[in-house]
Write a protein of this length. Structure first.
Length: 330
């Protein structure tokens, strides 16, 4: 579904400026406003990308709320967004592999953000060509979540037809890609989602669906080779008895108590818990791009908002009731 702005006429800005969604203090989604900022200039090993679409990830609004201020400090103004899709409009002095006008997509370091803007400079070693056949909105929904799902499953490289994988939050951004990747590996995928998303996760490749509103998440099977908690609602000590011998529990959105559990797991014999913190990777993004072009994977886009409604996009993501990704068109 696409949400249209009530005021979609063009807004002229000076050649050395750009429009961006920006906040100047930590707080609720309402601190996000659209303002003019200086247009960045690319360094020698960077490209300037005209951003056409960016997507919302939970880390964006956690930074905006101040949850990670120990890492971000009080560095304002801040522009959210770690995913982008657009075209190259300018290079630094060391352009390679690309030409002006090439369509690209990328993940940038989430603590830097900056993608909810008309322009963003991106290091050349983070840029990948946008998958052919995908719109900018679809491409922007891919990088961070698909890379996270890929790396989570790579922690169990032996996953295959004899494996059973539980994915908690299967209809979300990371979960929707994890279902597809695990199913392509031949694993039996047990997806946790609400009833309204049952058909979606089955279409993505889930063999079984657990409606978390009607039954406990860990009640149906008791021997999982991998439990991927993409929403941060499971406790390792509760999930551990449900792991098969050699099984692994992976969480993406750990709360402070889960860091303590991770420390305990590191010093245990089994080392059966991992926390995924994803970093940008052009090489992995190019591999994902090839899979997307072959039709082996597909992004799930919930709603597309215009830049002027960036605050509403954040609110939607914070609700936890999304199907795939929330995207902002710019």
């Amino acid at each position: 579904m696409k949400v249209r702005s009530l005021n979609e006429q063009s807004h002229m800005v000076p050649d050395d400026a750009m429009r961006a969604a920006v906040y100047r203090r930590y707080g609720p989604a309402e601190v996000l406003t659209v303002d003019e900022l200086p247009r960045p200039k690319p360094d020698p090993l960077e490209a300037l990308v005209r951003v056409r679409a960016a997507s919302v990830n939970p880390i964006d609004w956690k930074i905006r709320r101040g949850d990670l201020k120990i890492l971000t400090r009080r560095q304002f103004p801040r522009v959210p967004g770690a995913d982008l899709s657009g075209e190259i409009v300018e290079f630094g002095s060391a352009a390679v592999r690309f030409e002006i006008g090439d369509e690209v997509f990328a993940m940038v370091p989430p603590l830097e953000g900056g993608c909810f803007a008309e322009y963003r400079t991106v290091p050349l070693n983070l840029l990948a060509r946008k998958p052919a056949g995908l719109s900018h909105s679809q491409a922007a929904a891919v990088p961070l979540t698909a890379l996270t799902a890929r790396r989570a499953l790579a922690l169990k490289p032996e996953l295959g037809p004899a494996s059973t994988v539980l994915i908690n939050g299967a209809s979300g951004g990371v979960g929707s890609f994890a279902v597809q990747l695990a199913a392509r590996a031949g694993s039996m995928v047990v997806a946790v989602s609400s009833e309204r998303n049952r058909d979606l996760v089955r279409d993505l490749g889930a063999g079984e669906v657990i409606d978390y509103t009607r039954e406990p998440v860990l009640s149906r099977f008791d021997r999982y080779d991998l439990i991927l908690d993409a929403v941060g609602s499971l406790r390792y000590r509760v999930a551990r008895p449900c792991l098969a011998p050699g099984g692994l529990f992976v969480t993406l959105l750990p709360e402070p108590r889960k860091y303590l559990e991770r420390i305990a797991a590191v010093f245990s014999r089994s080392r059966r818990m991992r926390i995924i913190i994803v970093e940008p990777s052009r090489e992995e993004l190019e591999r994902l791009s090839a899979q997307l072009e072959r039709g082996e994977l597909r992004p799930v886009v919930d709603t597309v908002y215009p830049l002027e409604q960036s605050a509403a996009a954040h609110q939607h993501s914070e609700s936890g009731r999304t199907r795939g990704k929330i995207v902002v068109e710019i």
